[in-house]
Design a protein around this ligand. Structure first.
Ligand code: NOJ
Ligand code: CA
Length: 551
């Protein structure tokens, strides 16, 4: 029986999207020396693990999620020596370094692919997924996640290759043992260099059907259909277990899978201890689906279900934000009138739950969505594709832009807002993506000096989690409040019980008196600027956390 790792319960993980974090040399692109310069800031925030989105060599068709050299650093980000310096500095501060690992696909500029595409007979011929044309066309009707067909023709081989993402991201063929050996060798090379964990990208798609049947899903506006049999394949789990056996387990690494898991059972298949796959999973949901379907009730139901399913033998990655989602305060809170309280509210809600909290860069100062003036201002390939799909479906350009703005992954990718100057102190040059103009009001410099800022709320929450094993390990119980938008919960351990109320709405909500029995010291309030908790009638987006009296 495999033991669950206890130390992962003490982590608070900060995700850096390096391109947008801090530019040290004025070329408009964030870089590794920039991260090094801001390490004191992260230490002050209190986090103890850093997840770096990809920093490997890449032509940047998908901002580094298209790797052309797994053992090299992207030139724009710096050198391997810069990476070594960052690793050493992290180690000194007790910050674990976690790298993004993209091995469902590589770049089409990776030497493996260049070789593989050159002929049918070469040592890497089988490293990618090649199929003959069917009646002179693509092998099936599958559409890529970024638009158009999932197949691209290569005349040198007279065959198509499969790409679930863009055509510059050909899928690796995990059925090929030599490919698996090459990937695992590369992972061990990074582990030897001191990487302490991996966040593994798009892991649910590793195994492919041999016969590639047509998808039965209805066609999208571009005429292609999303694949209907790519996820929940036992073969994928077998490949992950091989990775675990050959890389993760012998080195006691932290492992996080980014997964497409339509049910709690499937989520459990990735993270339950005896599965020997990952320590925790980041479920992927399309931004549009999340915007259209989320509600406080559903959120609570999902948290409760996955808690019950995994409390004995699993663990949770807790996040509201990452580089693939709109900004959390714009999506789940209120980026207008209640901007500050709702940003604190979301932080307090998330940090009151069991599981390892993730903080995505800028979340800790309440960064918001942006509306860039034209589709040309957007860099994200999936935003440009969504815009096209909307036009094809008959929307007028203005409506299509408005919809794309709402969903765009670039909402989360605008430069980090360090100060109130035009480019937010991110670069002395021209930023690769426009800075959100609200950097005048929302920035690190202002919030570090303000005892009641969103940033200070995050600092307090992170510090509290470090002191309180009730928060990091206690049991979770949701209490019935009689109102779906008022969420009440306790976290309890042998010595202590914490009680939290979260008003997930723009209306006042009354806490039933019976639920307040035993509530003692107020530990935190999202209304600290206004004097803190003032009674059971909670204000919009009010969160309060109590310690219960010991009887
Ligand atoms: C998931 C990553 O988080 C996303 O940014 C990327 O576009 C796809 N996988 C493809 O690698
Ligand atoms: Ca730079």
């Amino acid at each position: 029986m495999t033991e669950q790792k206890d130390w992962i319960k003490d982590l608070v993980i900060y995700q850096i999207y390096p391109r947008s974090f801090y530019d040290s040399n004025g070329d408009g692109i964030g870089d590794l020396p920039g991260i090094l310069q801001k390490l004191d800031y992260l230490e002050e925030l209190g986090i103890n693990a850093l997840w770096l989105s990809p920093v490997y060599r890449s032509p940047n068709d998908d901002n580094g999620y298209d790797i052309s050299g797994y053992q090299e650093i992207m030139e724009e980000f710096g050198t391997m020596e810069d990476w070594d310096r960052l690793r050493d500095a992290c180690r000194k501060k007790g910050i674990r370094m976690i790298m993004d690992l993209v091995v469902n696909h590589s770049s089409d500029e990776h030497p493996w692919f260049l070789e593989s595409r050159s002929s049918r007979e070469n040592p890497r011929s089988d490293y990618y997924i090649w199929r003959d044309p069917v009646d002179g066309h693509e092998p099936n009707n599958w559409g890529s996640a970024f638009g158009g067909s999932a197949w691209e023709y290569v005349p040198e081989r007279g065959q198509y290759y499969f790409h679930y993402f863009s055509k510059k991201q050909p899928d690796l063929n995990w059925a090929c043992q030599e490919l698996r050996d090459s990937v695992i060798e590369m992972m061990n090379w990074w582990a030897d260099k001191g990487v302490e964990g991996f966040r593994v990208d798009a892991i649910s798609y590793l195994d492919k059907p041999r016969d590639f049947p047509d998808s039965a899903l209805p066609p999208r506006p571009d005429g292609y259909s999303f694949p209907d049999c790519l996820i929940c394949r036992p073969g994928t789990h077998a490949y992950i277990r091989e990775m675990n056996r050959r890389v993760f387990a012998p080195r006691n690494l932290l492992t996080v899978g980014e997964v497409a898991a339509p049910t709690v059972e499937e989520l459990g298949n990735y993270v339950k201890t005896d599965r020997e796959e990952f320590d925790m999973a980041i479920p992927f949901v399309l931004p549009k689906t999340e915007i259209d379907t989320w509600s406080p009730e559903r959120l609570k139901k999902e948290i409760e279900e996955s808690y019950q399913a995994m409390k004995e033998d699993g663990w949770w990655a807790r996040f509201f934000s990452n580089h693939d989602k709109p900004r959390q305060v714009s999506l789940y809170g209120d980026d207008g009138e209640y901007w500050e309280v709702s940003a604190k509210f979301l932080a307090m809600f998330l940090h009151s739950l069991p599981g390892t909290p993730y903080v995505y860069q800028g979340e800790e100062i309440g960064m918001t969505n942006v509306k860039l003036p034209s589709i040309e201002d957007y860099d994200d390939p999936s935003t440009r594709d969504q815009y096209q799909q909307y036009l094809l479906s008959g929307m007028d350009p203005e409506a299509a832009l408005a919809q794309a703005q709402l969903e765009s992954r670039d909402n989360a990718r605008t430069p980090m807002q360090w100060d109130g100057s035009e480019n937010g102190g991110f670069t002395s040059g021209t930023p690769w993506l426009k800075t959100n103009p609200n950097t005048r009001d929302i920035n690190v410099e202002a919030q570090r000096q303000d005892p009641h800022s969103v940033y200070q709320c995050y600092r307090k929450l992170i510090a509290l989690r470090k002191q309180s094993s009730t928060l990091s390990r206690g049991d979770l119980t949701f209490l019935e409040t009689g109102h779906p938008k008022l969420i009440a919960l306790t976290r309890s351990a042998a010595e202590e019980t914490l009680l939290a109320f979260h008003n997930f709405s723009r209306e006042e909500q009354e806490i039933p008196a019976s639920l307040l029995e035993g509530a003692d010291e107020v530990l935190l309030s999202s209304y600290d600027r206004e004097g803190g908790y003032r009674g059971p009638l909670l204000r919009p987006y009010e969160s309060v956390m109590f310690r219960m009296r010991k009887d």
